[in-house]
Design a protein around this ligand. Structure first.
Ligand SMILES: CCC/C=C/C=C/C(=O)SCCNC(=O)CCNC(=O)[C@H](O)C(C)(C)COP(=O)(O)OP(=O)(O)OC[C@H]1O[C@@H](n2cnc3c(N)ncnc32)[C@H](O)[C@@H]1OP(=O)(O)O
Length: 294
């Protein structure tokens, strides 16, 4: 994958070509300007170990500035989308903390770790390219955090979801409690799911608005997710990236602040060659205007 700068993480090795290579993620380009990121620890049910948290952040920070990337599909390899945080790595953290005597210093270690994990999940939302999550079978704990930071969610019929953090004795702290209420817009249901860790299936997830579409199986879901990503990738990258920026900004701001924000951006963007080109294409019924890389 072409990038303008190198990974900040020592974990993301770099191939000879300058393309980053990840141990826990598999990256492919199934269509022009479309990237497919797969969680790729299938023998561990794609459980999030420390390396995976780091690599997700690195990957999306790379894709954010890669001019060859305009939209992204994220899915999981193997039996499940993800089993959530790797429980063995949680045990290792316990051991690491046991080696430190001072509580303030233990606290700093944990705080830095949570910040890293929060930034990992938020890297999907911060990435200006739309992210489509494609979920099959289990999407547990950190998986729900991850997909609620995506723009669009599809699943196969066999998918099931769990905000399972309470079952491992913790409050979710990397995004589900902040994003899930906004995504599904039903505080009563969110609280029920978060207080109980109840498993819910694809039909319920679609009904409550977590998913926009459900497919009979994983293959048809991935095909549809890539097709959607392809459609997005044909549009002006200026228009798409600004649309995402405005949608994300508006989630946390008043209508007026959102309008002020987009007005300031569009006073530049309405002068873009993309706009002139897209308007001309509409008038001449040219279905495939070609936009410059961004
Ligand atoms: C600062 C922290 C921020 C982040 C917090 C995130 C929190 C969370 O993610 S909370 C959720 C944690 N995950 C779980 O509790 C998942 C528990 N596992 C399951 O519910 C099931 O295993 C699952 C539905 C994922 C799969 O079921 P299936 O029947 O297909 O497989 P199993 O026979 O149950 O499991 C196969 C082996 O995988 C091991 N395993 C499962 N999940 C994890 C995990 N999260 N981490 C590590 N290992 C896991 C399971 O123990 C089996 O191992 P073995 O018996 O040795 O074959």
């Amino acid at each position: 994958m072409t990038t303008r700068n190198k990974s900040s993480s020592a974990q993301a090795a770099t191939k000879g070509s300058g393309e980053p290579h990840f141990e826990t993620l598999a990256i492919t380009t199934p269509a022009p300007f479309v990237f497919h990121v797969e969680l790729n620890r299938p023998t561990k049910l794609n459980a999030f170990n420390r390396q995976m948290w780091i690599e997700i952040k690195d990957c999306f920070e790379h894709l954010a500035i890669n001019p060859d990337c305009r939209s992204i599909v994220i899915s999981g390899s193997g039996k499940h989308f993800t089993a959530g945080i790797d429980l063995t790595s949680m045990m290792n953290l316990g051991q690491e903390l046991a080696d430190v005597d001072d509580y303030a210093r233990k606290g700093v270690i944990v705080e830095r770790l949570i910040k890293l994990y929060q930034d990992s999940i938020s890297s999907l939302e911060r990435c200006p390219k739309p992210v489509i999550a494609a979920v099959h079978r289990g999407c547990i704990g950190a998986g729900v955090d991850l997909i609620t930071a995506a723009d669009i969610r599809y699943s196969s019929q066999d998918a099931f979801f769990q905000v399972k953090e309470v079952d491992i004795g913790m409050a979710a702290d990397v995004g589900s409690l902040q994003r899930l209420p906004r995504v599904i817009g039903n505080q009563s249901l969110v609280r029920e799911l978060c207080y109980t860790g109840r498993r819910f299936d694809a039909a319920e997830a679609e009904h409550c608005g977590l998913l926009s579409r459900v497919f009979p199986d994983k293959d048809s879901m991935i095909t549809a997710a890539v097709a959607l990503a392809e459609v997005i990738a044909t549009k002006s990258p200026i228009a798409i990236q600004t649309t995402k920026e405005s949608l994300v900004y508006s989630q946390e701001h008043t209508n007026q602040e959102g309008l002020d924000h987009i007005r300031i951006i569009n006073k530049l963007n309405l002068q873009s060659e993309d706009l002139a080109q897209a308007v001309a294409a509409q008038l001449t019924k040219d279905e495939k205007p070609v936009f410059a890389k961004l």
